[in-house]
Write a protein that binds this ligand. Structure first.
Ligand code: HXC
Length: 520
């Protein structure tokens, strides 16, 4: 058959256009990305999605504001690649900023493209991944650029609790631009090439006189260790994307679906540590909570989040018998496992994420109480501690709690106790559950008797023994029905598996309301 020359020419032109469009801001700028240790936008897309699954949307969209010399910088796509594809077989939507086009700056159409892809992700119930690499609002576009941001923030908020949202910061993320990632569920940064701040070093110097580098202000270390903004840090672009893939493997596509189930039913055996030795009998001795976690969850399944922030509490996803769970555990190695402001914030947000996405909660408790001190009181521990109480109380997913050792005072209640609606609370035999520890309790209750005792020290010790036997003993709590059972450490995993299986159809109706008012 004779080839239609006109059509053939059209197709060739289109193919040329498409090749050109993929070059973004051009060869030199693309090379510069790689020289800086960054991937180009298309290299990122290729690494993120399963081969040949990505479908681009809005590739011809251009800026429509020609002012201030922008007419010379018009580039198809307007500096952001949007679309959808499969990640490990799961449908995922994405927006990836292209730093080679006007620095990845966000103008009106760039913002509209991102907003459109978030709308599609919500409508189709699929996770959203945002790859950020941008200088911020496109100055030349004025209010149109701000409107672009506003549209994105609005949709990030609308999507919250409906689809999982993950941001990767793969370059600068400055000014109001930080609030899109800030509204998403997880933020992954990249070592050496990413930073996030509301006002940059220059403005800070002008306004306050303070001198600070970009990294000191908002580099990955700062956001992992101090601010708690970052969930993970990747060594490079590839490893940051690997975190996304790992994270997604625990999550459902949306709030109406259950999380995926894997055929990983292997028990973790903690080599050389008998179950009896996982928690020392001496209540003041620190131990490694990770070993307790490994003894309960499927092998290699624990994915710790925010590992460098508020280390006194551990949060993360894991699998038990192949099923995703959200794990919250006090960490006796840091501040003796006390709850403080940052720990409360960290755990509360995680609990709310799990509840929103049907992921059962497992809480491992060894908590001496809330951290005392003026620092904490002045900075609002009442407000922050309330968040954790609120988050556990409102969660309607299956809630399982294991008390390993100490569970004192308000912190006992806070760590997903029966009183906050836990479906199962079990304790290991050495647990101590009471208003406070024996020393403090005896010094208050027997203050006068100790004063008049012949041998004060011995008398106090005797009182403490009685207190431990009659008040803090987990069997006492069990006799009141506040815990369901006292179990051997070695029985824990099976107990959890059985309870989770029984709770698979759990259905709790909360009173009708628009939304609650969590203490923020
Ligand atoms: C448009 C911009 C731009 C901007 C930079 N460019 N900033 N274009 N709007 N805001 C252009 C540059 O002219 C350059 O174009 C390209 O982007 C790359 O920028 P460089 O400066 O050459 O890159 P680099 O040396 O890597 O430095 C990156 C940077 C620096 C550190 C991020 O650009 C910077 O400090 N920019 C300002 C960052 C900032 O303060 N942003 C906040 C804006 S306010 P060519 O053609 O040479 O490639 C904001 C408010 C949002 O975002 C509010 C939302 C609610």
């Amino acid at each position: 058959m004779q080839i239609d020359k006109i059509n053939s020419e059209r197709i060739k032109n289109l193919q040329k256009d498409k090749v050109f469009m993929k070059l973004g801001g051009g060869g030199d700028r693309l090379k510069a990305q790689n020289i800086k240790g960054k991937l180009t936008v298309w290299q990122r897309i290729e690494y993120l999605f399963d081969p040949d699954t990505f479908v681009e949307t809005g590739s011809f969209i251009e800026l429509r504001n020609d002012s201030f010399g922008l007419d010379k910088s018009k580039t198809p796509g307007d500096g952001v690649v949007t679309g959808f594809g499969k990640i490990n077989g799961q449908l995922v939507y994405a927006a990836a900023q292209d730093f080679t086009v006007l620095g990845g700056s966000l103008g009106e159409m760039h913002g509209k493209k991102i907003a459109a892809i978030i709308d599609m992700a919500i409508q189709n119930g699929a996770p959203l991944v945002m790859l950020n690499d941008s200088v911020g609002a496109r100055i030349q576009e004025g209010i149109s650029a701000l409107s672009g941001y506003g549209e994105v923030f609005f949709r990030n908020t609308k999507a919250s609790g409906v689809i999982p949202q993950i941001s990767i910061i793969m370059g600068p993320c400055a000014g109001g631009a930080v609030y899109s990632p800030g509204l998403t569920d997880f933020i992954i940064m990249v070592k050496n090439t990413s930073n996030m701040f509301i006002t940059g070093p220059e403005i800070i110097k002008t306004v306050t006189g303070e001198k600070v580098t970009k990294d000191e202000l908002g580099g990955p270390d700062v956001h992992m260790e101090t601010s708690g903004v970052a969930t993970f840090v990747g060594e490079d672009d590839e490893s940051a994307i690997d975190w996304v893939k790992r994270l997604l493997s625990y999550l459902p596509s949306n709030n109406l679906e259950p999380p995926p189930v894997y055929n990983l039913t292997d028990t973790t055996v903690v080599e050389d540590i008998p179950q009896e030795n996982l928690v020392p009998s001496k209540t003041t001795k620190a131990y490694d909570m990770f070993n307790v976690i490994y003894s309960i969850v499927d092998k290699h399944s624990f994915l710790e989040l925010q590992s460098e922030f508020a280390k006194n509490i551990l949060i993360g996803f894991a699998r038990i018998d192949g099923h995703s769970i959200g794990l919250v555990a006090n960490n006796p190695k840091e501040l003796a496992g006390c709850l403080d402001i940052n720990a409360s914030d960290k755990a509360a947000r995680f609990v709310r994420f799990c509840d929103a996405f049907n992921i059962p909660l497992l809480t491992l408790v060894d908590v001496p109480g809330f951290l005392p001190g003026t620092d904490q009181e002045y900075a609002g521990i009442i407000r922050h501690g309330s968040k954790l109480l609120y988050a556990f109380s409102e969660a309607t997913v299956p809630k399982l709690t294991v008390i390993l050792r100490k569970a004192y005072g308000g912190a006992y209640i806070c760590m997903c106790s029966k009183h906050l609606g836990a479906d199962m609370v079990v304790a290991w035999p050495g647990s101590e559950i009471a208003v406070m520890g024996p020393k403090g309790a005896v010094s208050i209750v027997f203050k006068n008797e100790i004063k008049s005792a012949k041998n004060r020290e011995q008398f106090a010790k005797e009182c403490e023994k009685q207190y431990m036997k009659n008040v803090t003993n987990p069997k006492y709590a069990a006799s009141m029905g506040y815990i369901d059972d006292v179990i051997e450490p070695g029985e824990t995993r099976q107990m959890i598996i059985r309870h989770l299986a029984a709770l698979v159809n759990k259905n709790v109706e909360m009173p009708k309301r628009k939304h609650g008012n969590i203490p923020l």
